[in-house]
Design a protein around this ligand. Structure first.
Ligand code: BYC
Length: 468
C-alpha cells in the first residue's frame, strides 16, 4: 500500500518508474480539468468527504474535512484471485489475461475508454448544482459523488497507461479534452451530454444513470482481462453510495409531495413550493429512457464479440449454468411496419438486452419503494417505470414511437402527447424556479423532506461543508 505517495495506490506504482512518471505527468492535467470543469464555486471550502484508502471491506474509507482539489485520488484494485480463469465465451476456462491480448486490443480499449469517458462527463454535467443545493447535507453528497467519479476516471486511466502504451496515454489525454454537451467534442454516450442542471435531474441521474454504471461495471468485473475486472470490482463499492443518493433523493421529494398532498388535500402542490407527482413522473420517464439507451442496441454484434472474446460478461456470470451460449436464443419483440413481431435472436447478440433486463428489475425495486411511501401516506397515486421501448434513441425501438406502456403509436400521436410524458419547457422552468440554496446546516428546501440519517453517524445539522 502506497498511501502517502503522490498518487496513492495499492498497485506498487513505485516499482514501475516509467508508468509512475507518465501518471504523474497526467496528474496536473487532471487537476487543471478539475479546477476548470469540477464543482463551480466550492473549491476552497472544507468538505466532509470519504476517501478510499484500501480495498479491505472492513475499513476501506476514511472520513474527514478536505478541500476538493486536495482530495487524494488514488488507484485501488481488488487483489488478484489466484488461478482465476475466464468465466464465459469462446475462451472459457483459460487463465485470465494480465496483459492485453493483441487480437482484442482495439475492442478492449474501446470499452475502457467508453467507461472512462462517462466519469468526467458526469462531473461536468453536475458542476453548477452546488449553487442551488437544497441543504448542506445534499451539497456534501453531491461533492462526494463528484470526487469519486474523478477517482473512477483515475481507475480507467491507470489501466490505459499501464496496458496500452502510447495510444493508451493519448486516450487518457482525450478523456480530459472532450466536454459534456459540447457540439464539437461531445462525450461519447448520449445521456452524458444531457444537461443535469437542477436537483430533480441530479437525483434521477444518480438513481437511473449511475445504475447503468452499476450494471456495466458488473459486466466488466467479469472480464477475462484481469486488471479491468479488479479495478471495476472496487469501483462498485463506491458506486453503491451514488445510487443511494439518487434513490433517497427522489424518495425525499416524494415524501414531501405526499405530505403536502395529504395536509392540503390538494394534488397541485406546486403552489406550496413542491414538485407535483406528474412532474416527478415525467422526469422519471426521461432519465429511465436515456439511461436505457446506455446499454446499447438490443441486437448487437459488438456485444456478441465482447462476450465471445471473454471481455465483457453478464451480471454475476457464475449464477448461470451455460457460459458459452452457442445454441441459446432470446425472444425479442421487434417493431415491423407499426406492429411488434416476436423473433428469436441468438443470445450472444442479445447481451445488451440481457443486462438491461437486470437493470429494469433493479429500477423497478426502487420505484416500488417510492410507491410504498405513497401508500403509507394514504395516497392512491403511484409512480411507474416507463416501458423499455418508450422514448429510445438507440437500438431497434429508436425512430419508432411508443407510449410509456410500450404500445406502438403514430408520430402524430407522439407529438400530441409528448408533453404529458416528458418534461416540457414549462415543467423545467418550474422545477428550476424552486432551486434556491439552503445554507443553514440541518435546514431543507421547501420541496424535499429530510434524510433519515446523517453521514457516518453525524447529525443532520452537522456542518458537512464549511465555507472558506
Ligand atoms: N449513445 O452495438 P451497439 C457510468 C453506439 S455509466 C451514443 O448497439 P455496443 C456512470 C456504439 O458505440 C456506464 N452512442 O452497442 C454513470 C456503436 O457505435 P459504432 C458506462 C451509442 O457497442 C453515472 C453503435 O452505437 N460504461 O459508469 O454494444 C455517472 C452501435 O452500438 C450509445 C459503459 O458504457 C449511446 N447510448 O455499446 C458516472 C461500459 N449506445 O460501433 C458514470 C463500456 C451505443 O457504430 N461500454 N452507441 O461506432 C460498453 O460496454 C458498450 O460500448 C455499450 C454498448 C454499453 C455502450
Amino acid at each position: 500500500m502506497e498511501l502517502d505517495a503522490k498518487i496513492p495506490n495499492n498497485v506498487n506504482l513505485s516499482s514501475d518508474p516509467k508508468l509512475q512518471r507518465a501518471l504523474e505527468k497526467w496528474q496536473p492535467r487532471f487537476l487543471d480539468w478539475w479546477m476548470d470543469m469540477g464543482p463551480e464555486g466550492f473549491q476552497k471550502d472544507d468538505v466532509y468527504l470519504r476517501t478510499a484508502i484500501s480495498v479491505d471491506p472492513a475499513g476501506w474509507a476514511h472520513y474527514d474535512y478536505v478541500k476538493m482539489p486536495d482530495y487524494r485520488w488514488g488507484i485501488f484494485l481488488t487483489p488478484p484471485q489466484s488461478g482465476r480463469v475466464i468465466g464465459f465465451g469462446d475462451n472459457e476456462g483459460e487463465p485470465v489475461w494480465n496483459e492485453v491480448p493483441g487480437e482484442f486490443r482495439t475492442q478492449l480499449r474501446r470499452l475502457i475508454v467508453t467507461q472512462g469517458d462517462t466519469e468526467p462527463a458526469s462531473v461536468e454535467q453536475q458542476r453548477r448544482l452546488g449553487k442551488t443545493a437544497p441543504s448542506v447535507f445534499d451539497l456534501r453528497n453531491l461533492f462526494q459523488v463528484n470526487v469519486e467519479e474523478g477517482r473512477h476516471l483515475w481507475a480507467m486511466v491507470y489501466v490505459l497507461h499501464s496496458y496500452f502504451g502510447r495510444d493508451g496515454r493519448e486516450e487518457a489525454e482525450e478523456l480530459l479534452d472532450r466536454r459534456s454537451g459540447d457540439r464539437d467534442k461531445p462525450r461519447i454516450l448520449g445521456a452524458f451530454n444531457e444537461p443535469c442542471d437542477d436537483w430533480l435531474n441530479f437525483y434521477m441521474f444518480t438513481m437511473f444513470t449511475d445504475r447503468d454504471g452499476k450494471y456495466q461495471l458488473l459486466a466488466l468485473a467479469e472480464s477475462g482481462f484481469d486488471p479491468l475486472a479488479r479495478t471495476t470490482k472496487f469501483m462498485l463499492t463506491e458506486e453503491a453510495f451514488h445510487m443511494s443518493v439518487g434513490e433517497t433523493g427522489v424518495g425525499r421529494i416524494v415524501d414531501r409531495t405526499a405530505q403536502l398532498m395529504r395536509e392540503k388535500k390538494d394534488d397541485d402542490v406546486r403552489k406550496y413550493g413542491a414538485v407535483d407527482l406528474p412532474t416527478i413522473q415525467k422526469y422519471l420517464n426521461f432519465w429511465v429512457s436515456v439511461s436505457s439507451d446506455l446499454f446499447g442496441g438490443e441486437i448487437s454484434t459488438n456485444a456478441a464479440q465482447y462476450f465471445a472474446a471473454g471481455l465483457k460478461g453478464r451480471n454475476r456470470e457464475e449464477s448461470y449454468d451455460d457460459h458459452e451460449l452457442l445454441d441459446s436464443f432470446y425472444s425479442m419483440e421487434i417493431p415491423k411496419e407499426g406492429r411488434l413481431v416476436t423473433e428469436e435472436i441468438p443470445l450472444r447478440n442479445a447481451m445488451n438486452e440481457v443486462l438491461r433486463d437486470d437493470y429494469v428489475e433493479d429500477c423497478q425495486r426502487g420505484v416500488d419503494r417510492w410507491n410504498k411511501a405513497l401508500e403509507e401516506a394514504g395516497l392512491s397515486d403511484r409512480l411507474k417505470l416507463p416501458h423499455r421501448r418508450f422514448h429510445r434513441q438507440i437500438g431497434i425501438y429508436a425512430g419508432v414511437y411508443f407510449t410509456p406502456e410500450g404500445t406502438p403509436i403514430s408520430e402524430a400521436e407522439w407529438n400530441q402527447k409528448r408533453g404529458e410524458w416528458l418534461p416540457t419547457d414549462e415543467d423545467q422552468a418550474f422545477v428550476r424556479s424552486l432551486m434556491h440554496p439552503v445554507t443553514e446546516p440541518g435546514k431543507m428546501a421547501s420541496w424535499i423532506g429530510p434524510p433519515r440519517q446523517g453521514i457516518k453517524g453525524k447529525p443532520l445539522n452537522f456542518e458537512y461543508v464549511r465555507k472558506a
